[in-house]
Design a protein around this ligand. Sequence first.
Ligand code: FE2
Ligand code: FE2
Length: 414
Amino acid sequence: MNSPQKILIAEDEVHIAKAIVAILKKGLPGFIIDHAKNGADAWEKAKSGTYQIIISDWNMPKKNGDELLSDLRCNENTVTTPFIMLTAKGDKDSYEAALEAGANGYVVKPFKTPEFIAKVKGVLDINGSACVIETVNDSSPIELVIDKFKQGYVKLPVLPEVVVKVSELFERGEVAIDELARVVELDAAIASQLISVANSPLVRGSSDCISVDRAITRLGLDETKSYVVALSHKGMLVSENWILKGVLEDLWWHSLAIAYCAKILARELDHQQPEKLFLFGLLHDIGKLLLVSIVDDLSKSNSCFDEPAVKGVMQKLHSDFGAVLLKEWKYNDEFQNIAQYHHVPFSSNEVSVELLIVYLANLMVSKIGFAKDEAELANVTSSQAATKLGVSNKMITSMLEEANACLLAVKQVL
Ligand SMILES: [Fe+2]
Ligand SMILES: [Fe+2]
């Protein structure tokens, strides 16, 4: 016999909780609705992974909704459990923070019952956990994007020629500096930016580099390859649409931050190929680039692609679309696996050290940024991924510091 489908409501205001329970019982007959009176109670009830969805208030005693969400996302049993933040916070920053933390939906109180039920059904449907529920809103931005992609009308972004040629060179084996320099010089923009990076405080040299050969000698072969990919990546991130422009700008700096963090963490953990982690980090969110090209097109004829909708599309779909794009670009399974599972590593069949490193780097940069928030730091270091890797508080703090210094140095020259 199938076990019953269950919903957990975390809400400290008893009268609000009662009202929500009544609404859900009517709107989702067949579900068992449980109530937790605060965040800590919700965590105890939910941590074994028995709920199909968790709907939580933001401000609660003992544990806030965002802390609850963070714990759930760091817990193997609940890492993918759909979560809706239910809050009086109607501002854009709170909305974005909740989505970035892994919320699948966001409802501002007071809400209208039909919209609330539609949101809960929509989140359940997207996560494939409630086939008993009919599909709602057949023209949501997410569905429009998926439809367009499935129809095959999407032109995939093309990998820049210089990246293809440099990769081919490395695949052939031994790479000579002058040979690599000739390939890089084919792209004047990349060549000049590479020289700027080699002259930045990031790589201290006694004299100015004025040629690509010298820049490669100073950076090293593998680092040169990383920077060629990074700089080409930056060149692809352009859009006329102001919303997408912001998405792409954030994507570039975020990807670079994850690339540095992943590389530094790999080095700290004595990984054999830290430079490879730089590339994994750089490309982990590349699905957003593909989504930008689809949204750009769709937004010309659909007014529903406002900023929250675009961010929602990016958040929900970028992992799957990243794996698709990397496959198209002929990056191997390791890259595809990381793009697909960097938010939910334990859902992958291949929970590699590299996947956990990128997951942790992403978690740390998204949650802590480069500020030293002790509470968040403790949350991250006690996560299952950090424990598996043996990552300490000290390691994370020094990694964030070093990555921040790298980013500042790059910002000065690019
Ligand atoms: Fe991501
Ligand atoms: Fe990310």
